[in-house]
Design a protein around this ligand. Structure first.
Ligand SMILES: [Zn+2]
Length: 169
């Protein structure tokens, strides 16, 4: 979360309001209409706010519950050995993290990975936060995806949801 995002969330709170994410929309709930200048700043910071609010909605317990539930279903309903069930569940947790933490929005005429110009022939679309998609060179996709996975694993590791650490029963 950057400084402006934090300031805005506090400002909304100071007005007795709260921000909710509904799909790709930011919804303000407040007892009275917020001042125009605050609304304008919220609008300007919308992509970052969506990203912050979406990633903040799941804490460590939520991720652990997501992982546990999937591991249990795979082991008991699909009768996979525990180790295999855990490996699949971990994979599903990473994919869910990637879904909840999409690529930030930016210009559509440059590659989200290397920053060089896109040409018509070699683009791969990827979802970005706030809805819609952004573009990558097809040659950049693999490295981009590996980097995103590393981000997911690092974030989930930090929340200690990784079964390899034995923190999930
Ligand atoms: Zn590229």
């Amino acid at each position: 979360m950057n400084a402006e995002t934090q300031t805005l969330l506090q400002a909304v709170e100071a007005h007795g309001g709260s921000l909710q994410v509904e799909g790709s929309d930011l919804v303000v709930e407040a007892p009275q209409p917020l001042p125009d200048d605050l609304v304008a700043r919220l609008r300007a910071a919308k992509p970052e706010l969506l990203r912050t609010l979406t990633s903040a909605t799941w804490d460590r317990d939520d991720w652990a519950a997501f992982y546990d539930e999937r591991a249990a279903v795979l082991e008991h309903d699909h009768e996979l050995p525990r180790g295999e069930a855990e490996a699949h569940a971990w994979e599903m947790t990473i994919i869910e993290w990637l879904r909840q933490n999409p690529e930030p929005a930016h210009r559509s005429d440059i590659c989200a990975y290397c920053g060089d110009r896109m040409t018509d022939v070699d683009g791969v679309p990827v979802l970005r936060s706030g809805g819609g998609h952004t573009w990558l060179h097809s040659a950049c996709w693999r490295d981009w995806y590996d980097g995103r996975r590393q981000m997911a694993e690092a974030a989930l590791d930090e929340m200690q949801t990784n079964s390899k650490k034995g923190l999930i029963q």
